[in-house]
Design a protein around this ligand. Structure first.
Ligand SMILES: *Cc1c(COP(=O)(O)O)cnc(C)c1O
Length: 385
């Protein structure tokens, strides 16, 4: 399906709302029926009905159609956060006693899902180095029901060979799910590579304006219906119509924003690679990246997030650099219009800093929509401090 069609027309039945270009925000919790028999039918099959906005809502439906098409998948569900789009499908598809093989170092709350929440229900997880597909094969147990991936992750960017892992999983009748937040469907389409469920934090590139927290999962109609009929309705992690509307608006400019972010990132990565205060730049589309060939093979482009290892002898040097930046804000999240910085030292006590540990000198940068020269000038002055 044509990308322009998906973003500008798909799902938008304008004759139903005065030919308005922008869709209405259908701010209604419930929907009425003309007869008891229509009402009964909707209750019996809520997946195909407009009954109650914890399930379906017309504004959210427009968004679902677009997000499914962007991934080349059959259907999508939208949630109130990215982590809900990961946790709720996993809760829906796994049973007590099941085992998960997950790539090491996924998103922090995904780790907590596997390490703290799922064990309450007797579900265990083995984490493996995902740079080698053999490691997934070796970790599979008779009870393994899911392989969870995140390629690349959003701090050190290790990739998994998505096609190879999907083939392995299919041969053993194991489901696969990946977190595709880093790439968005513009830069990588895991469903087309054989991955069963594709999740992403819509808070990031889809929303793109740092004003919505939301998540999405896409997959086959059968899997999405299974999730909808049970845990989606039961846990109630749905998005509000207003936030769905903001995401539809975000989608209009998604390819344009990513183009800008990816182009700026490359210019900034080049600048930093040659800077004497930087030991290493970690970015999947840089030739120095250990999995550069795989990145080029399965991703269309990369950008936004990358990390640097500062040549710092003390925690003060790391902090001085970050505090001196004027246009990279110190904040979590990413994917919006504004550039951001997050040093790894925020996640442990200052006294634990060890200059010989590369990870302690790691700083993640996100490049937003600003002029790259404006950002480079800022990095330059902060590196000189
Ligand atoms: C932000 C993020 C999430 C979680 O999304 P929320 O919308 O914050 O719940 C999951 N995975 C990755 C890679 C993320 O960056």
């Amino acid at each position: 399906m044509d990308l322009s069609y998906i973003l500008n027309e798909l799902g938008e039945e304008r004759e139903q709302y005065f030919q308005a270009v922008a869709p209405p925000i259908m701010q209604s919790s419930n929907f009425t029926f003309k007869s008891v028999s229509d009402f009964r039918q909707a209750l019996a099959d809520e997946y195909n009905a407009t009954l109650y906005s914890r399930g379906n809502n017309p504004t959210v439906d427009i968004l679902r159609k677009k997000l499914a098409a962007l991934d080349g998948a059959e259907d999508a569900l939208v949630f109130g956060s990215g982590i809900a789009a990961i946790a709720i499908p996993i809760l829906a598809l796994l049973n007590q006693g099941d085992h998960v093989v997950s790539v090491a170092k996924p998103y922090s709350w995904t780790i907590k899902l596997f390490e703290r929440l799922l064990p309450k229900f007797g579900i265990t997880t083995t984490f493996v180095d995902g740079t080698k597909t053999e490691n997934f094969a070796a970790a599979i147990q008779p009870t393994t029901r899911l392989i969870f991936l995140e390629s690349p992750n959003t701090f050190t960017y290790e990739l998994q060979d998505l096609k190879a892992v999907a083939t392995l999983a299919k041969s053993k009748n194991i489901l696969t799910m990946t977190d595709n937040s880093y790439c968005s469907p513009i830069n990588q389409q895991p469903y087309k590579m054989g991955i069963d469920l594709v999740a992403q934090s819509a808070t990031k590139f889809i929303g793109g304006h740092s004003d919505v927290v939301a998540g999405v999962v896409t997959g086959s109609k059968a899997l999405i219906k299974k999730i909808f009929d049970a845990e989606f309705l039961n846990i109630g992690g749905n998005i509000s119509p207003m936030n769905a509307w903001l995401l539809i608006r975000g989608l209009r400019t998604l390819p344009l924003r990513l183009q800008r972010v990816c182009a700026s990132t490359k210019v900034i990565v080049d600048f930093l690679t040659h800077h004497p205060r930087i030991e290493r730049v970690i970015f999947p589309f840089h030739p120095s990246f250990p999995q550069y060939e795989l990145a080029k093979k399965q991703m269309r482009d990369a950008g936004g997030l990358f990390s640097i290892v500062l040549k710092a002898k003390s925690v003060e040097e790391v902090e001085t650099f970050c505090n001196s930046l004027k246009h990279f804000f110190l904040a979590v999240s990413w994917g919006g219009h504004e550039s951001l910085v997050i040093p790894s030292v925020v996640s442990f006590p200052r006294a634990d800093f060890d200059a010989s540990n590369q990870n302690h000198r790691l700083i993640r940068l996100y490049v937003g929509l600003e002029d790259p020269d404006y950002l480079i000038a800022d990095l330059k002055q902060a590196l000189e401090k």
